[in-house]
Structure formats: structure tokens, C-alpha cells
Design a protein around this ligand. Structure first.
Ligand code: TMP
Length: 386
């Protein structure tokens, strides 16, 4: 049973950047709940996936050096293996592989075409049991099924895991990584919750849901990317040795209270406080005639700006390196997005870190800005100037 603990208000599609203001922009009510059966943190209602993932999807994994390096390093572990990737995006992971060893699945057709043109077999579909049957017939069972920042995008986890179980060899491993619930609670990063993240995973909840679909977690790796992620290794039940990292992560999560509804009631209070603090800081900057912009037109900042009601009155524009986002307006609150090449300079007093999860990469890149007295604002883990 789902018990709601947080209401993040009316939200638009987080990656739907607009060419111009429109009167019929799509909004949904973003409620967040604790599932008492599995301990899963999940939305009260899910946005229909084709509204988010279609041929005009703009998020490119390759836009961040951190993520390009991250996937390059991971690929080194699997030299000469063949792999199936669920949610291959612009090929940021599979580009490290020989095309003959890869089957990719990507429902955003613009990206599916891009990786197909590079020679990778790419199915332009959503991941379902039906698709896994088609792939099994054509390519056989798979030894490695990989997915990064995609499984938490899929509303129906039971079908997702059944589809994986159906396609794995008996000794096959399902490896997937997504932002972790522990990371979100420790960072108070409620902006991890938006339409594309219908769930935020704890190891406890994942193991519960995997097990009812014939899989179990055999290892957990804690990663620093995206503000704290977990890489989960799962196999068919009984077929793998269970590493101590599984129990270690579960007991840490129990210490954080991630298996208890009350923990999330307290989290919701902190979220409200964060909103008040951010609005107070931005209003103060405005009253001092400071120039405030936002750095990175992230899906996460869509949650923040729409929940807090932050528009062009408080943030003049957003810079983003993604060509497809430049020249457009941010979802819901319609802040213009521009290239940092022309707009991130010494005239900026404060830059709100929409891409706070890349803070180290950004600090290095924007050394000049910081040396000239420019400042960043973040809400993670508390609202502050850094
Ligand atoms: P994400 O937080 O959802 O991964 O999105 C990151 C966005 O931030 C993506 O649109 C690229 C943008 N970005 C910049 O504009 N400058 C940067 O230095 C970095 C690291 C990301």
C-alpha cells in the first residue's frame, strides 16, 4: 500500500524544453509515497512514459565529462564480453564497445537512430517482457544485461525484472545503477524526484522487488555519481554467491531508517525548510541587485523551480552546454536557456547549481569565475553559498 508523505505540487515534464510559451503545457501532480509492502519510494501516480521518452528527448549522457569517464572505466571490466544495454541514450556507454558485442534498447528514437548509425544494433522500444522475448529469439540469452540511470525511470518494475530474468543466462548478471535513496536522504536532494524518476531505490526495496521476480542482489557498489548512486549486481535466485556488501548496505539503510515511513515524514519537513531557505536567499540577492543565473538546465532543477515557484524574477537565465536545450525555455517556469560560452562571465554574481551533482567538474572548469569572485548557490545538503 502506498502512503504519501510529500507533495511537490504541479510539475511539467522535466525535460520538455519549450521553443516558446504555450497555453497547453502539460502538468501533473507530483506526490511521493512509501510503499508499505516493499519499502519502495515511489510516486503516487506515474506520468505515461511516451510523454517523456520520445523522438525529441534532449538529455545526453555524453554532455558530462564525469559520466563519459565513468562509463569508460566500467567498460574496461568487461573486455571481450557481449552485453545488452537497456536505455542506451546517445551511446555514452556502448561507444566503448565493439558494435558486434552489443545489443541496445532505447525508446527515444532520435538516440536509437544515432547509435544505429554508428553500427550498434538498437531496438527503438521500451523495455518489456514482450521485447525481451523478441531479443531472445534473435540474439539468444544474454550473459550481461546492463542499465544506467534507466531502471528507476520505468513505472512497472515487476515487468522490468521479469523481462530481465527471462533473457539472462543461468550464470548471467544483471548490472544496473541509479541514484540511491540513501544519497537523496543524506543530501536532502529532493530534486532527484521528477517525472522520469518515478522511484528512488534503496537496496532493501530493490531486493524485495527483484526477489518476487526470480532475481536477487549479489553485490552492491556505492558510487559517487549523481549525488550518490548504487550499482547493483543481481542474478537468478540461488545462482550466485552473495557478497557481504549486500547486508552491509541494507544495515546502513536500516540505520538511516529507510525501511520506516516516519523517516520520510521528517524528510518532507526538511524539504519545506529547504524551499523557504532558497527563496529567502534568492530574494535577498535580488534586493541587493545581484545578477543570479542558474548553471545547468537539469531535470532536477525543474522540480526545484516549479516547487519553489522560482521564475525569471529571481533567476535571469540558465546556462547549459546541450545544444538541443539552448534557445529554449525551461519547463513550467519558462526561464531562457543559453550557451555558457556567451553568458557565463564576470557579470554573473551568483550561479545556482542546477547540476550540483557535477560540482567537482564544474569547480575545475569555472576556476576563473570563482577567482574573480563569482559564487555558486546550492541547496545540497542545505541552502548555502559555496
Ligand atoms: P543531469 O544533472 O540531469 O545529469 O543534467 C546535467 C545537465 O547539466 C546537462 O544538460 C548538461 C548540463 N551541464 C552543463 O551545462 N555544464 C556542465 O559543466 C555540466 C557538468 C553539465
Amino acid at each position: 500500500m502506498k502512503k504519501q508523505f510529500l507533495d511537490l505540487g504541479k510539475q511539467p515534464i522535466a525535460n520538455k524544453f519549450l521553443k516558446e510559451k504555450i497555453s497547453n503545457e502539460y502538468f501533473y501532480q507530483l506526490g511521493v509515497a512509501f510503499d508499505t509492502d516493499t519499502c519502495l519510494i515511489t510516486q503516487t501516480e506515474y506520468v505515461d512514459p511516451p510523454l517523456m521518452f520520445n523522438d525529441s528527448y534532449v538529455y545526453r549522457g555524453s554532455m558530462s565529462k564525469t559520466m563519459v569517464e565513468h562509463f569508460k572505466n566500467l567498460s574496461k571490466q568487461f573486455i571481450n564480453k557481449s552485453i545488452l544495454e537497456i536505455g542506451s541514450n546517445d551511446g555514452v556507454f556502448i561507444k566503448n564497445w565493439n558494435p558486434k558485442n552489443v545489443v541496445a534498447v532505447e525508446p527515444c528514437k532520435n538516440f536509437a537512430i544515432e547509435t544505429r548509425d554508428l553500427g550498434y544494433t538498437t531496438y527503438p522500444n521500451f523495455w518489456t517482457t514482450e521485447l525481451s522475448n523478441t531479443i531472445k529469439e534473435k540474439h539468444g540469452h544474454q550473459d550481461i544485461i546492463f542499465s544506467a540511470n534507466c531502471i528507476c525511470h520505468i513505472p512497472d518494475l515487476d515487468d522490468t525484472f521479469k523481462a530481465v530474468e527471462n533473457l539472462l543466462t543461468d550464470n548471467g548478471v544483471f548490472i544496473f545503477e541509479d541514484p540511491s535513496l540513501a544519497g537523496m536522504i543524506n543530501n536532502n536532494s529532493y530534486d532527484q524526484i521528477y517525472d522520469e524518476h518515478p522511484h528512488i531505490f534503496s537496496v532493501i526495496a530493490l531486493d524485495n522487488i527483484l526477489k518476487r521476480n526470480g532475481l536477487e542482489i549479489i553485490q552492491v557498489e556505492n558510487l559517487t555519481v549523481h549525488g550518490g548512486s548504487n550499482r547493483i549486481y543481481a542474478m537468478k535466485i540461488g545462482n550466485g554467491l552473495i557478497d557481504p556488501s549486500v547486508e552491509k548496505n541494507k544495515s546502513y539503510e536500516r540505520i538511516l531508517g529507510l525501511d520506516k515511513f516516519e523517516t520520510f515524514v521528517r524528510f518532507a519537513e526538511k524539504v519545506k525548510q529547504s524551499k523557504e531557505d532558497l527563496l529567502r536567499l534568492l530574494t535577498q540577492c535580488k534586493s541587493e541587485n545581484k545578477k543570479v543565473i542558474s548553471y545547468g538546465a537539469t531535470s532536477k532543477s525543474t522540480t526545484i523551480f516549479n516547487y519553489c515557484g522560482i521564475g525569471t524574477d529571481l533567476i535571469q537565465y540558465i546556462t547549459d552546454t546541450t545544444p538541443e536545450k539552448q534557445g529554449k525555455l525551461s519547463p513550467g517556469v519558462h526561464i531562457p536557456i543559453v550557451s555558457p560560452d556567451h553568458a557565463f562571465d564576470e557579470s554573473v554574481d551568483y550561479a545556482y547549481l542546477g547540476a550540483w551533482n557535477f560540482i567537482e567538474e564544474i569547480r575545475k572548469k569555472e576556476n576563473n569565475y570563482l577567482n574573480q569572485g563569482g559564487k555558486f548557490i546550492t541547496h545540497v545538503p542545505v541552502v548555502q553559498v559555496v
